[in-house]
Design a protein around this ligand. Sequence first.
Ligand code: FAD
Length: 279
Amino acid sequence: MDLNTVTAHLPTADPAAWQPGDAWLAGGTVLFSYGTTARRLLDLTGAGWQALTERPEGLEIAATCTVAELFAFPDRSARAGQWPALDLVRRCCESFVASFKIWNVSTVGGNICTALPAGPMTSLTAALDGVALLLAPDGDTRRIPVAELVTGDGKTALQPGELLRSVSLPAAALGARTAFRRLSLTTLGRSGVLLIGRLDADGGFVLTVTAAVKRPVQLRMPAVPGSAELAAALADAIAPDLWHDDVHGLPDWRRDMTGRLAEEIRAELAAAAAEGARA
Ligand SMILES: Cc1cc2nc3c(=O)[nH]c(=O)nc-3n(C[C@H](O)[C@H](O)[C@H](O)COP(=O)(O)OP(=O)(O)OC[C@H]3O[C@@H](n4cnc5c(N)ncnc54)[C@H](O)[C@@H]3O)c2cc1C
């Protein structure tokens, strides 16, 4: 694609270098396929940030970590046994309907900042209580949950020039039992509904709804709810205009499938909680 507004390409990961009209460039799979009106591209690919850093308190994922690097991580993680929620990594990477080329260059940060409802890196990191570290051009830094960073279809809470540096997943969420459900209208199609449930060590239940809705929606309950309680909580949390509507699924279908998959997750995690109580 001809990017005929672009006049300069600047390798830098320094937020102070950003000027109005610039765009951060990561894998480029959106910028070079959907196009851009940016004047300068500030290229993050040489940032040199370690893709994945394991610590006792959790996992830090650099914004420049590629989908391919993330996919390979559970096999080499020193904490795979302690962090069963790493099972979600592959499920979410595989929800990325992408060619070999895209898989290898597209980044976790680029996926979250693009803020497509079907962004699988948003699904993964929001479901595991990921917290984004943002760096502003004036030197300010702030942290915000990924579930709040993505605010709508293609919309984020990023301020002009703000750079997503990393996402941190806390050990408590990584240690949780999880349940994953995804539907698409076609075999290799983009996600129409993607739900992730979590049963935390304290018995708490967290359900994250993505793809079906324009932005992530999270329900948090002190214990696995009953069917009627969960259905009522979903109806309360998701206003009719929040259901996403595009060629990958009509809002009514997304609403009905969300209800069905949420109930499947509820039943799976209720059985796990009962088993845990008997053990
Ligand atoms: C064939 C094809 C299939 C695709 N399938 C899917 C799919 O199934 N699901 C899906 O969600 N997407 C899909 N996409 C869209 C896109 O490839 C992904 O969203 C990808 O993850 C974007 O990452 P990137 O690193 O290439 O981003 P880039 O193209 O480099 O950047 C995307 C946007 O994010 C901004 N940005 C990037 N990194 C940062 C940062 N660290 N801080 C602040 N802003 C930043 C850029 O300025 C730009 O606005 C597809 C694209 C193609 C071409």
